[in-house]
Design a binder for this molecule. Sequence first.
Ligand code: ADP
Ligand code: ZN
Length: 434
Amino acid sequence: MENYYQPEIETMPLEQLQALQSERLVKQVKYVYDNVKFYRDRMDEMGVKPEDIKGIDDLHKLPFITKDDLRDQYPYGLLAVPLKDCVRIQSTSGTTGRRVVAFYTQEDIDIWDECCARAIVAAGGTKEDVCHVCYGYGLFTGGPGLNGGSHKVGCLTLPMSSGNTERQIQFMTDLGSTILCCTPSYAANLAEAIHEGGFRDKIKLKAGIFGAEPWTEEMRHNIEEALGIKAYDIYGLTEISGPGVSFECKEQAGMHIQEDHFIAEIINPETGEVLPEGEVGELVFTCITKKAFPLMRYRTRDLCYLTRKKCSCGRTHVRMHKPMGRSDDMMIIKGVNVWPSQIEAVLLNQGYQANYQILVDRIQNRDQIEVQVELTPEMEADPSVTVAEREAKVVKGLKSMLGIKVDVKVVPPKSIVRSEGKAVRVIDKRHLYQ
Ligand code: ADP
Ligand code: ZN
C-alpha cells in the first residue's frame, strides 16, 4: 500500500513549490477560460487575457468568485467538463436560496481522497488502523471525503455516518476503532456517552480528525482528555472539494494547506486587496488541479491568517489558522448550518410575526439554541390552543427545516425589544469563549 505521506510534495522547498503552482495556474487559467463561459465573460469584462497570467504573482489580476455567483450559476453554470465526464456531486448543507452543488470527475475524486489520506497520515494513520467515520454520508462532503482517504491509506474503514450514538460506541469497542473522524461537537457528545456508559477502558482510539465547524482549544483539550487521544483539526469546503483542503500535523499549530492543489490568499473583505502573511482577512482559494468544478479566487467568507513559519513536521506547505468566524451571518449549530432566515420562515409560516430572537450558547461543549417568539394578540385571544402545544409545533417545524432540536419559548406579545434600526436577531454567546 502506498504511503500517503508524500515528502517529495509535502516538504518541497518553497521555491520549487511556487514554481509548480505557477506552472499549474497558467494551465488552469487557460483551461477555465476555454471551458467555462462564465469565467471567459468575467475575464473579458475585466480585460484580462489568459496570457496575462504568467505565474502566481499575477493571480491578483483574476476576478473573484463569490457564493452568490455559485447560486446564480446553479446547477451547471461553472461546469468545465461535459456532464458525462462527471461521476459525483456533493452539496453544501444550505437549504435557503439555491443550494451550491459541486461536481467531480473521477480524477477530482482521486485527488480529494488523496488530500484526506494525507490528513489521516498526518494524524498518525497507517493501514493497521481502524478508521471510524461518523461524519454524515450523502450530499455532505464529510463522510465521503474521509471514507475515500481512509481507503487510500488502507485503514479498515467503518462507514458509520452520523447519529445513533449507542451503535457508534458498540462498533467502536467491538471492532477496536483507533481513529475517529467526525465534527468536534459530535466527538464531545460521544465522549460524554462513553464516559456515562463506563466504556472508557474498552475503547482503543488514539487519534481524532475533527472539522467542518469552528472549535476552541479548550474543546480540543477536553476531547483529548476524555477520550485519551490526540485531536487533529481538518478544514475544507464543498466548493473547493470538501474536507482535506488543509489539515493539522502533530505540531497542532495551524493547518497545512495542500498547496500543490490549492493556492490560498488572504484579502481584505471590504476592499479585496491582498493582505500580507500574518494578517487576518478573508480566505480565498484557487484550485489548480480540479477538472469539473475548478473555482478560481473563490471567496470563502472564512476569516483567518496564514503563516509560513517553519513547522517541526518538515512540511513546507503554508499553514492557516483555524477560521475565527465567517463574514456572513450563518450559524453552525451542532455541526449543522443554520440561517436566521430559515427560522423566520418556519415562524411566519405558522402565523407568527417577525418578533423573535435566537439565543445561541455552548454549555458543557454542547451547542444550545433557543428561539423566543411572541404570540400575536390573536393567538393570545384564542383559548383553543395552549402555549405548550404552540411551542411543540414550532419545535417540530424547526426540526424538519434544520434537522436539529431547537428549544422554543413562546412569550407574551410585546415582550421582545423592537429594533430601531437593523434588527439584531441572533445573540450568539459562543464567541465569548473563543
Ligand atoms: P457550507 O457550510 O458553506 O454549507 P460546507 O459544509 O462545505 O458548506 O462547510 C464549509 C465551511 O465549514 C467552511 O467554509 C468553514 O466555514 C467551516 N469549516 C470547515 N472546517 C472547519 C474547521 N476545521 N474549523 C472551522 N470552520 C470550519
Ligand atoms: Zn507541520
